[in-house]
Design a binder for this molecule. Structure first.
Ligand code: C5P
Length: 314
C-alpha cells in the first residue's frame, strides 16, 4: 500500500499506519457512544449534548497521495459508495482548502470502507478527520491541531472527536472535546457490536427527540470508564436517542433488548443508531455473548452483522 521509501515504523500520529514523503495511509476508526444525553435544543437547530465517545478497532482505511493537477480524485471501495461532493472525505478536502486560502496541490484519495454508514459509528466523520490529518501532512500545510479542530467543527459535529482519540467527553454540538483517560488495562474494553441491516438518518432521529426536563448526569459512566470497571460501565450506559430511534425503527429496539438478554454487562445503541453494542468483561465473555445473540435470533428477524471489537490505545 506504500511507495518505496515509506517508513513502516509507527509514526507519531495515532491514525497513521505508514507514511512516505508525499503519501500516507491512515486508519480511521469507528466510535461508540457509551453515554449520550441531550441538554437543550439550540436556536441554530442543533442540540447541546454530553457524550462519552470511545474509538474501537473497526477501521476504514484512507490512502492519500499528493497529485500534480489541482483535482481531488476520490475513489471508494466498495465502488457503490458515492465518491462525489457529498462524501465527507471530499467535504473535508474542500473545507481544508478554503481554510488555507492559497493554492494547494491536488490529491488522490482511496477510501476503503468497512464501518457501516447510518449506524451511529461515526464512519464518515472519522474519514473526514483522517482526510484533514492526511492532507495537512502531504500538502505540508503545517496546520496546528487547534486549526484542524476548527475546520472539523464546520464539517460535522463528530469530526473533532476523531482528532482526539482514543476517548473523549464531548459537549456543545459534540465538537468541544476533552480527552478522557481509561485504565482498562492494555487490552481495553471489550464489546459485541451488532450492525442491523437497516440504517437510521441522524437528522430524522433528532427530529423525533423529546428534550428531557431533567437530564441524566454522566458521572457514573465516566467514573466506570476511568477505573476500567466493565460491570459498572454496563450498568451506567445511557443514550437519550434510543427512544426516538426505536420508535422510527422498532427492529433496532428489539435487537438491543435481545443483546441485553444475551448475558453482557450492559447494552446500548450507539449515537443515533442503528448499531447496538454490548459491554463485556473480556474477549472470551464477548465471544459467549455474541454466540448467544446469534443463536437466539428469531427466524423472522433479518440477520445483522455481529463483531467483537475493543477500545484501543494508540
Ligand atoms: O453535525 P452533523 O452533520 O453530524 O448532524 C446531522 C444532523 O443531526 C443535524 O443536521 C441535526 O439535525 C442533528 N444534530 C443535532 N444536534 C447535534 C448533532 C446533530 O440536532 N448535536
Amino acid at each position: 500500500m506504500t511507495r518505496p521509501g515509506a517508513t513502516h515504523s509507527r509514526p507519531a500520529d495515532p491514525l497513521a499506519v505508514s507514511s512516505a514523503r508525499d503519501a500516507v495511509v491512515l486508519a480511521a476508526p469507528a466510535k461508540l457512544n457509551l453515554f449520550l444525553e441531550i441538554r437543550a435544543k439550540r436556536p441554530d437547530g442543533y442540540h447541546d449534548l454530553e457524550s462519552l465517545m470511545v474509538a474501537v478497532d473497526l477501521f476504514d482505511t484512507l490512502e492519500l497521495r499528493a497529485a500534480d493537477g489541482p483535482e481531488i480524485a476520490l475513489t471508494c471501495e466498495p465502488a457503490t459508495l458515492s465518491a462525489g461532493p457529498d462524501n465527507l472525505v471530499y467535504k473535508a478536502a474542500v473545507a481544508l482548502r478554503a481554510h488555507v486560502r492559497r493554492p494547494t496541490p491536488g490529491a488522490e484519495i482511496r477510501l476503503t470502507k468497512r464501518v457501516p454508514a447510518q449506524a451511529g459509528l461515526g464512519g464518515g466523520s472519522s474519514d473526514a478527520a483522517a482526510t484533514l490529518v492526511g492532507l495537512n501532512r502531504i500538502w505540508k500545510l503545517g496546520l496546528t491541531r487547534e486549526e484542524l479542530l476548527a475546520i472539523a467543527g464546520s464539517i460535522g459535529s463528530d469530526v473533532a472527536f476523531f482528532l482526539t482519540l482514543p476517548a473523549a467527553w464531548c459537549t456543545s454540538r459534540g465538537e468541544i472535546v476533552t480527552p478522557e483517560e481509561a485504565h482498562a488495562g492494555a487490552s481495553g474494553f471489550h464489546f459485541v457490536l451488532v450492525c442491523p441491516p437497516v440504517g437510521l438518518g441522524t437528522a430524522g432521529v433528532y427530529k423525533r427527540l423529546a428534550v428531557p426536563g431533567a437530564p441524566v448526569a454522566g458521572d457514573a459512566v465516566r467514573s466506570a470508564f476511568r477505573t476500567g470497571d466493565a460491570e459498572a460501565l454496563g450498568r451506567a450506559l445511557f443514550n437519550r436517542l434510543e427512544e426516538p430511534a426505536f420508535a422510527l425503527e422498532p427492529l433496532v429496539g428489539g435487537i438491543r433488548e435481545r443483546l441485553a438478554a444475551s448475558g453482557p454487562c450492559g447494552a446500548l445503541m450507539s449515537g443515533s443508531g442503528s448499531a447496538v453494542f454490548a459491554v463485556c468483561r473480556d474477549r472470551a465473555h464477548a465471544i459467549r455473548v455474541a454466540t448467544e445473540f446469534v443463536q437466539s435470533r428469531p427466524v423472522a428477524e433479518p440477520e445483522s452483522r455481529v463483531l467483537v471489537v475493543r477500545s484501543f490505545t494508540p
